[in-house]
Design a protein around this ligand. Structure first.
Ligand code: IMP
Length: 197
């Protein structure tokens, strides 16, 4: 840590996510100003109707426990066709209970699929004492079977429209970050931090 650097805490227990975000941060010029640091402070996770509501509640639930700038990031996976957006805000639960195989069973024989990921970052920015929201979204389709061994969560079954031959699990974190929901949300966060140095 150098004397120009401030702590920027990422409240997450998911090391895959942390590593994706670290990859984005290390590429930006922000490392000279901020030290991205994982924090195990546990925000309250509510069941809500949108990913944004979950992230906003989380950040507010730990405001009194944090002394530096910090952020949370929430994501959801939505199978728009034929599942009308399921699992959406139930993504974690459904991944645990049904798994990727279970999702593919639900859409078997249904023809065309459409899916997307959403990412919402809620940042508490200490210098101005405000909460900022940054969002990202990536559209794609479902693979017929699980493919690839990189990434995490629903990555083995999601094919982004930008790379129609590959699932997210078949590309590197760097390639995923260029197009992913999380990559888009974090590039907005980084722009904000750069403008406010
Ligand atoms: P959460 O925001 O970490 O709660 O994510 C909700 C669910 O979506 C979890 O089961 C994650 O594993 C999954 N998930 C979040 N981000 C991604 C991603 O980038 N790729 C694949 N699955 C993800």
């Amino acid at each position: 840590m150098n004397e120009d650097q401030k702590y920027l805490y990422f409240l997450t227990g998911n090391f895959n996510k942390f590593n994706e975000v670290l990859e984005i941060f290390n590429k930006s010029k922000l490392t000279q100003y901020y030290l991205l640091t994982p924090s195990r402070t546990e925000p309250i996770e509510i069941q809500a109707n949108s990913v944004r509501e979950v992230a906003e509640f989380k950040i507010n639930s730990v405001l009194d426990q944090m002394n530096d700038s910090f952020f949370v990031e929430d994501a959801g996976f939505f199978v728009d066709e034929p599942l009308y957006g399921f699992p959406g805000v139930y993504s974690s639960y459904v991944l645990t209970v049904l798994g990727n195989e279970g999702i593919l069973k639900l859409v078997e024989g249904e023809g065309e699929t459409k899916a997307h990921f959403e990412s919402v970052i809620a940042l508490y920015f200490k210098p101005t004492d405000e909460i900022k929201i940054f969002e990202g979204k990536v559209e794609g389709t479902l693979a017929k079977k699980l493919r690839g061994d990189k990434g995490f969560g629903f990555d083995p079954i999601f094919i982004p429209n930008e790379l129609p031959d590959k699932t997210f699990s078949e590309i590197s974190a760097e390639e995923k970050n260029k197009i992913s929901h999380r990559g888009q949300a974090f590039s907005k966060l980084i722009d904000f931090l750069k403008e406010n140095i």
